[in-house]
Design a protein around this ligand. Structure first.
Ligand SMILES: C[S@@+](CC[C@H](N)C(=O)[O-])C[C@H]1O[C@@H](n2cnc3c(N)ncnc32)[C@H](O)[C@@H]1O
Length: 387
């Protein structure tokens, strides 16, 4: 179906209205971009995970495809198969309301040159190119097929941003300097290369996540000697940056929870139930964590939520609780759950500050300093620089 033959405009208007109703869409320029750039051209199909774990495809021949594409929701658009045969998501079209929230936060002006990390479908590059003109927009993705498809779609609409197949961690030095950098995949640390490619006074908006859920979007201003800024008040999550084109390596959890040192906990099990305490926990750990589940070992055994660090340390927390407490097992040099308990207590003692009170300073030596309320605060945390 072509962009012109598809009756998409009323859907695009409704989408813009929905995002405006949420209070997110404020600028007439971004409303015009939402109403002019057809999302369905960038999302000819999407995938939905079914309760049994398999992914079903909805293509443009499906009756509800158009309606779904213009809903304010993220859509998974690319899957890859890991070495162990697991299907994992490698690209998506971000929830449009989140995309607009980020574009509004970046305070983009007509003269700006913008670099996007994570081209994906090309939709956001399309919004940017509509607003600024293709010659002021660059976008990179590590997925060669993704970039090729995005290029074809953008060209079909008469939009010509500079697209490149590259590891976005290096930015796009040949096209620098930029006034704005927007990353639409999460990063465990802000690459200093992005700072070097941003004009002084320019802004970088990225999803800093040490581990899944342990972090948030942070808006950083380029100063001569540092990047500095605050986390956005609302939490959001992007898929993590990959180092290769293809599926990331399978998660290996080679451990026997029953072997670990025993304790119990009353704290919530899942990282998304304690977002800020988990971010603070990372200042107490030498490396990012991976998170997964491990099934019951046998009849009567527990099912465990498992956190592992790259130094081999791990902790496992039983999913079942008794009298409000769960079993905990830990092993290794990093006492992961103990550190989480300590960070959680510190957060309670500080009065449970939310994202709007946290900020970040990044310096050329790659140091990342979190702070509460202001950069000179007595409450600050250093994130490990070796990842
Ligand atoms: C949420 S999607 C981006 C959505 C996109 N902005 C859009 O409008 O459709 C995240 C993208 O980040 C890309 N990505 C992951 N690792 C990357 C890397 N190292 N460099 C550049 N892009 C990367 C993925 O391939 C994926 O397409």
């Amino acid at each position: 179906m072509t962009a012109t033959a598809t009756p998409w405009r009323p859907h695009a208007h409704r989408l813009a209205d929905d995002i405006a109703t949420d209070g997110v869409l404020r600028s007439p320029q971004w409303r015009a971009a939402l109403e002019t750039i057809p999302r369905h051209v960038f999302v000819p199909r999407f995938y939905t995970q079914q309760p049994d774990g398999h992914w079903s495809e909805t293509g443009h021949d499906s009756p509800d495809w158009l309606d779904q594409v213009y809903r304010n929701q993220p859509l998974i658009t690319a899957l890859a198969t890991t070495a162990r045969g697991n299907q994992v998501t490698v690209s998506s079209s971000t929830k449009p309301g989140l995309m607009i929230r980020m574009l509004e936060a970046l305070d983009i002006q007509d003269s700006h040159r913008v670099l996007e990390i994570g081209t994906g479908t090309g939709y956001n590059a399309g919004l940017l190119a509509h607003r600024l003109g293709g010659d002021q927009v660059c976008s990179v993705d590590i997925g060669a097929d993704l970039v090729a498809a995005a290029r074809t779609r953008l060209h079909s609409l008469g939009l010509y941003p500079a697209l490149d197949i590259a590891h976005g961690g290096a930015g796009l030095p040949g096209h620098a300097p930029f006034d704005r950098i927007i990353a639409t995949c999460s990063v465990p640390a802000i690459p200093w290369a992005w700072a070097e490619q941003t004009r002084e006074g320019g802004l970088i908006l990225a999803d800093l996540k040490r581990s899944v859920h342990a972090g948030n979007l942070v808006l950083l201003a380029r100063h001569a000697d540092r990047l500095q800024g605050r986390f956005l008040p609302r939490w959001a999550g992007f898929m993590a940056i990959r180092d290769t084109d293809g599926a990331p390596p399978d998660l290996r959890i080679d451990l026997t929870p029953e072997d670990g040192d025993r304790s119990t906990t009353a704290l919530p099990l899942h990282p998304w139930e304690s977002l800020i305490p988990w971010m603070l926990t990372h200042a107490r750990l030498p490396s990012p964590l991976t998170f997964g589940y491990r099934g019951a070992a046998g009849a009567g055994g527990h099912q465990w939520a498992v956190f592992t660090a790259t130094d081999g340390s791990w902790c496992a927390v039983a999913k079942d609780s008794r009298d409000g407490r769960r079993e905990v097992r830990q092993q290794g040099a990093s006492r992961i759950w103990d550190e989480f308990e300590n960070a959680h207590k510190q957060w309670l003692d500080l009065g449970q500050p939310q994202w709007d009170r946290f900020g970040l300073t990044v310096t050329p030596d790659a140091a990342h300093q979190l702070w509460l309320d202001d950069p000179d605060s007595e409450h600050h945390w250093t994130l490990a620089t070796t990842l």
